[in-house]
Design a protein around this ligand. Structure first.
Ligand SMILES: [Zn+2]
Length: 189
């Protein structure tokens, strides 16, 4: 399950030679994320080197991926029994479904026993959970990222669900608590 198409989240699908690392895997991707990055018009319109690199890399990884391997899903749908996708646009934005990318979280279970994978909703929690209005340059729509960050953290405080993010330092699993003008990440271990 892929949260979004930034390189550090998709590079592992292929090895250096370009072969699929797990050729029998099914790769689940947010449909709006795929539609945006694989749109040739949008790729040609990219002007800065960073965006050009991101478009090229998405093609390197997903170009030629067999249809049987690739499964597109709409963020917000259940992917497997008890496993749901949660739209959290902003880090990669998703204002127009099907046209703009859609950073997506994954949730297993319900209530305090559930786990929410935060992907890149926030990077280093000591900085960006503590200061949810700070945005890193990788937040493509910073205003949406800030709003969604606060919405998701507020829900986590209420639900007491366990959370963890892609870039969180070890131990990467814990609960989110309200602290000051933001939130604190309390590791479980
Ligand atoms: Zn990212």
């Amino acid at each position: 399950m892929i949260s979004h198409f930034h390189g550090d989240h998709i590079h592992g699908l292929r090895n250096k030679a370009g072969d699929f690392v797990f050729p029998k895997a099914r790769v689940l991707v947010p449909a709006p994320e795929y539609a945006f990055w694989m749109d040739d018009g949008k790729a040609r319109a990219a002007t800065d080197e960073c965006s050009k690199g991101l478009f090229a890399n998405a093609r390197r990884v997903f170009g030629g991926m067999p249809e049987a391997m690739l499964q597109r899903f709409e963020p917000g749908t259940e992917l497997l029994p008890g496993l749901r996708s949660v739209p959290a646009y902003g880090h990669t934005p998703g204002h127009t479904p099907g046209q703009t990318p859609g950073h997506t979280l994954f949730e297993a279970g319900r209530g305090p026993q559930s786990f929410l994978y935060l992907a890149d909703l926030t990077n280093v929690p000591e900085l960006f959970a503590r200061n949810p209005d700070w945005a890193v340059s990788f937040d493509m729509d910073a205003a949406a990222a800030r709003r969604v960050r606060r919405e998701v953290f507020a829900k986590l405080v209420a639900s007491r669900a366990v959370a963890g993010g892609f870039h969180f330092p070890f131990p990467a699993f814990g609960r989110i608590e309200a602290a000051g003008n933001g939130y604190a990440f309390k590791p479980l271990a």
